[in-house]
Every structure is written in C-alpha cells, then in structure tokens.
Design a protein around this ligand. Structure first.
Ligand SMILES: [Zn+2]
Ligand SMILES: [Zn+2]
Ligand SMILES: [Zn+2]
Length: 142
C-alpha cells in the first residue's frame, strides 16, 4: 500500500506544494486507495474544489502513482499503485482488482505500428473475469 508520506513526497517532488486541502485530499485518497471513482472522491472531500480533485488525479497519474481501471460496465475507477508497468484483472461481479505485470505484447505493438504507421506511445489492457470468491458463489448457485 502506498503511504501518505510517499504520496506527499511524490507530489512535492513534481513541483507542487502540498497545501492543507491537497493534504486532506491525499489522505482521503490514500484511505480509499484500492479503488474509487472521481465522484466518490469529490464527495469524500467537501472542503476541496472539484477542479483541484481532478487536477490532482491527473497529476498523480502523470507521476505514475495512480492508475485508471475501467470496469466491465465502463465505469472508470482509480487505484493507487506503487509503480511499474502493469495491468489489471477485474472481477466482473464484485469489482475486485488485481495487478499483473506480465506484459508480453511488444511483438504485437511492433506489428500494429508497422501496419498502421502509428508511433505507439502506450497501451491499456484490462482483463475481466470472476475472482476466486465470486467464482465459488456462481458455481454453487448453479
Ligand atoms: Zn494499476
Ligand atoms: Zn469478485
Ligand atoms: Zn503492458
């Protein structure tokens, strides 16, 4: 789990002052860490302006501390990460998210670049399924 101290350090290192409202925002975000929506965060910190919340979410993504998770129904959530290139496996039933770092798709990316003429800057890969708990529930229901 990413600590509040390291969050504040990351933010100040990128040239932002950690002011009172921003500290409150980071503390709340750190508590919600596993996954949360932008609206959920806005509601959880009534003392912090909406624009500041969204700006800070953007900043944390830029510095690699926060990642976006797209749920099966298209809902966008955020999740704190301790960094490193990784992807998510998302439970379609309960929304539990797990990270995995194996990303053996360089060959595919090269092929896409070749076929389309694009310079590939990034990619997103979410994998959907049922987590260990939900798998059991569904099996016992049938
Ligand atoms: Zn992630
Ligand atoms: Zn589940
Ligand atoms: Zn990847």
């Amino acid at each position: 789990m990413v600590s509040l101290e390291s969050l504040e350090r990351d933010v100040s290192r990128s040239g932002y002052r950690v002011t009172g409202p921003r500290r409150e925002l980071l503390a709340t975000l750190q508590e919600m860490g596993d996954h949360f929506t932008a609206e959920g965060l806005v509601a959880a910190v009534p003392g912090v302006g909406r624009a500041t919340v969204f700006r800070t979410l953007r900043l944390l993504q830029d510095i690699g501390t926060l990642c976006q998770v797209v749920l099966d129904d298209g809902t966008l959530q955020y999740r704190l990460t301790s960094g490193g290139h990784h992807h998510h496996v998302v439970c379609s039933r309960c929304g539990a998210v797990n990270d995995f770092s194996a990303c053996d798709i360089q060959g595919l990316l090269d092929e896409i670049a070749e076929r389309t003429g694009y310079v590939i800057d990034g990619h997103r890969l979410e994998v959907y399924g049922r987590c260990a708990d939900c798998k059991e529930v569904l099996t016992s229901e049938t």
